[in-house]
Design a protein around this ligand. Structure first.
Ligand SMILES: NC(=O)C1=CN([C@@H]2O[C@H](COP(=O)(O)OP(=O)(O)OC[C@H]3O[C@@H](n4cnc5c(N)ncnc54)[C@H](O)[C@@H]3O)[C@@H](O)[C@H]2O)C=CC1
Ligand SMILES: O=C(O)C(=O)CO
Length: 396
């Protein structure tokens, strides 16, 4: 890591400063994995200030204190409320670049940022497979009751094999339902198809040709092996998916159209022994309705990475044996988290250096390839069009 100047305090918030003489002042509200992100900011002539406060979630008042009187750009976290108050403070401090260290940006009021002429970056692509793998892990854990069985073992209750003990669901040949077949939904579906020979039914506002052609081609391959082929179907409605799927995994963005997408009525449409996975955003599921449903249907199981009132769980959830819960760790692999930090840094540094926007946010590997310099571009700016930012046409 480049020239660390030391630890300073902003009010009560400790800050680590790197490259103190840099031209642009950039704040990161949290330490992030890897060194590449700091090195890239320093190379872009930034003085980097990393808040090292031990409290997990910073308040708006904390962040305004960090921004201070002069700040060119900020890398923020999904736990923060980036709206008028914070963008107003950043604008007043002369800033015009912000990046979430996340692909989801439901914590960001993009029109407010645009009003203040501040770019909003996100970090797509590097977390697709990692997040899909965690959704797969939750699916297997729920289907085969792994956590219940682990708790049972640790409690010293195992006194011999029984034909009826912890009987769960076989995935092979069953149907997996995907709500939101974007990058992560498609990657997860492929894992379920290839790994467990599941059929796919999906609902999305858009057709996923990539998913459809993958399942068709894999089905053809299975036929050549003398095995039963797999099939796909694009559903006309969420309800259509819920009625037929044995496993339903939620991967849409969180917005007005997906808030409480899974409510009491829709849960009741699902099979009594179905599995519901959520690694998107907590409010996509009405968690109170889910607690009631899990309670009333002991054979129904859920796997949750995200929660409606994160970091809290709705009352009763933690006491139910038929749910597996983990603390929003779906993107938590070392490579992915370092990649997210790099993309966030490139979004901010690129804007400060007046670079254009990268042509394809689904193809960001050139930015995270340690063996070369990143392209002279901002990898993913969600309000690029509104701000009239130019695009770097070629992939270099
Ligand atoms: N738990 C975790 O740690 C993580 C959670 N996420 C969440 O996953 C979301 C998806 O990420 P990506 O796949 O990269 O995004 P994406 O943009 O590739 O996919 C989102 C899909 O949702 C679809 N969609 C939007 N509204 C819908 C609706 N009303 N009904 C059905 N589908 C709808 C879109 O058409 C799109 O295909 C992120 O926005 C984020 O909230 C992402 C990464 C990690
Ligand atoms: O990127 C996101 O949207 C997350 O939830 C954390 O990886």
């Amino acid at each position: 890591m480049n020239q660390v100047a030391g630890i300073f305090g902003f009010g009560t918030l400790p800050v680590k400063v790197v490259n103190p003489d840099g031209r642009f002042r950039v704040i990161s509200t949290k330490p992030m994995p890897g060194d590449r992100w700091v090195d890239l900011l320093v190379k872009a002539d930034c003085r980097v200030e990393i808040c090292t406060a031990s409290k997990t979630i910073l308040s708006n008042a904390d962040i305004i204190k960090l921004i201070g009187d002069k700040c060119d750009g900020v890398i923020g976290q999904l736990t923060e409320d980036w709206g008028e108050e914070l963008f107003g403070a950043l604008d007043k401090a002369g800033g015009h670049a912000f990046s979430n260290m996340a692909v989801g940006y439901n914590n960001v009021d993009v029109p407010a940022a645009t009003k203040h002429r501040i770019s909003v970056g996100n970090t797509p692509g590097v977390l697709t497979e990692t997040t899909a793998e965690l959704a797969s892990a939750l699916t297997l854990a729920a289907a085969r009751r792994v956590v219940e069985a682990d708790v049972f073992m640790r409690a010293g209750k195992y006194d011999g094999w029984l034909p009826t003990m912890f009987v769960g669901n076989l995935l092979k040949g069953q149907t997996v339902g995907i709500i939101g077949a974007g990058r992560i939904g498609t990657a997860y579906a492929r894992m379920m198809v290839e790994g467990h020979k599941m059929n796919v039914i999906y609902y999305d506002l858009y057709q996923s040709k990539r998913l459809e052609s993958f399942v068709s081609a894999y089905g053809d391959f299975l036929k050549t092996q003398g095995e039963e082929p797999v099939h796909w179907r694009r559903a006309a409605s969420v309800e259509d998916v819920l009625k037929v799927a044995h496993v339903v995994s939620l991967h849409p963005v969180l917005d007005k159209t997906t808030f409480h997408l899974m409510n009491r009525d829709r849960l009741n449409l699902m099979k009594k022994d179905a599995i519901l996975i959520n690694a998107s955003r907590g409010p996509v599921v009405d968690e109170v309705a889910l607690v009631e449903h899990l309670r009333a249907n002991p054979m129904f199981r859920a796997g949750l990475d995200v929660f409606e009132d994160e970091p809290k769980m709705k009352p009763g959830l933690k006491d139910l044996p038929n749910v597996v819960v983990v603390p929003h760790i779906a993107s938590a692999s070392q490579w992915t988290r370092a990649g997210m930090a790099t993309l966030a840094a490139c979004n901010v540094a690129g804007k400060l250096l007046r670079y254009p926007v990268w042509h394809n946010p689904n193809d960001v590997l050139p930015f995270v390839d340690d063996s070369r310099n990143p392209p002279p571009a901002c990898p993913s700016i969600v309000n690029a069009k509104e701000l009239g930012l130019p695009t770097l046409k070629s992939s270099l």
